[in-house]
Design a protein. Structure first.
Length: 344
């Protein structure tokens, strides 16, 4: 049986907006912003919804909050992102993060925007917090929040956003796993596909992000360096190491756009190919291997080898040396024993 209530759920933060709540057999299934701070207007909505329970079906359908198919909203949102950001790596990043939400929601029977309830929003936040590193989890939640805000404004859903006000649960800081140089070599040797081998090598020996590797082409190589366009379209140059040069020679003729296909730029496909290689190489934990771990390995192995933090920061394209230290402090802590042994 349906029932309704109203509340100012963000009153403690200074937001006095009223929200309407819909319950099914005592369980909260929907929550919408009534877009008013007036208690009487909120009561009018509550009285209307309670009265609608005794009205004919056609009348109730007209009073019911608007809804929209989730898949259609996602497609429209992607078009908006494409128009705003063009050929940068931003549209690909949005697709990767929002598709993770779509797959999760489909497994719970979500078809429309309002099927994605506030309770599911909280559950989804816990899911991404457990699955991803904290920074990536925040980005996934932010992208999905933008999707629901876009859908509300585009399709007139009455302020409905199941992720509004949802925050990630606090979790202990986790070390970033990485592969040693020997493990990287084993993984590459176990990669039968020449294209995937070079794709992985770009991340392993130049520290490229997945989207940066997808944009690689011979036109980015000049004077022994590789031009990389990173997050926010920021430019950096990475020296081409002898190890990476050997991979270029092994592959053969390079061409621009060689990694701009679904085979490489769809994370599920490239990560799936990587897991096959990791398992074939006999490297532990193949089920959780992702392409981004090559980048973690690149940075971690440089730091463990004694490279200056400032140099590593510039190669990785981090905003500051502090970010590099904060992100990879566990790598330096692992080598503290060797440092004190230098005092002889």
């Amino acid at each position: 049986m349906k029932s309704y209530s109203i509340s100012q759920r963000k009153k403690s933060r200074g937001n006095r907006t009223w929200y309407g709540r819909e319950f099914e057999d005592g369980l909260l299934v929907r929550e919408i912003s009534l877009k008013t701070k007036n208690r009487q207007e909120a009561m009018d909505w509550l009285n209307m919804m309670n009265a609608a329970r005794f009205m004919p079906e056609e009348v109730r359908s007209r009073l019911a909050p608007k809804d929209h198919p989730l898949r259609d909203a996602v497609v429209s949102f992607f078009r908006s992102v494409d128009a705003a950001h063009g050929n940068s790596g931003t549209p690909m990043a949005y697709r990767y993060r929002i598709r993770a939400m779509e797959e999760w929601a489909a497994g719970r029977g979500v078809v429309s925007i309002r099927d994605f309830t506030v309770a599911l929003g909280v559950e989804f936040a816990a899911f991404v917090s457990d699955r991803y590193a904290p920074k990536t989890a925040r980005e996934v939640l932010r992208c999905c929040d933008q999707l629901f805000t876009f859908a509300d404004r585009t399709f007139g859903l009455g302020g409905y956003n199941p992720l509004s006000g949802v925050t990630l649960p606090k979790v202990p800081k986790r070390d970033k796993p990485f592969w040693t140089p020997e493990q990287v070599d084993r993984i590459l040797d176990a990669t039968a596909d020449p294209g995937y081998r070079l794709f992985f090598a770009l991340m392993a020996f130049a520290g490229l992000r997945h989207a940066e590797a997808c944009r690689f082409g011979p036109s980015s190589l000049r004077d022994g360096r590789m031009e990389v366009i990173g997050k926010g379209d920021k430019q950096r140059f990475v020296p081409v190491s002898a190890r990476l040069e050997a991979e270029f020679e092994r592959f053969g003729e390079l061409c621009d756009g060689m990694f701009r296909t679904a085979k490489y730029n769809h994370p599920d496909r490239s990560n799936g190919a990587l897991r096959v290689s990791v398992e074939a190489a006999g490297v532990v934990d193949s089920s959780t291997a992702v392409c981004h771990r090559f980048r973690h390995s690149f940075v971690s192995n440089l730091l463990r080898g004694g490279a200056p933090v400032k140099a590593v920061q510039q190669l990785a394209g981090h905003a500051s040396a502090k970010m590099t230290l904060d992100t990879y402090s566990h790598v330096l802590e692992q080598d503290l024993g060797g440092v004190v042994d230098l005092l002889k």
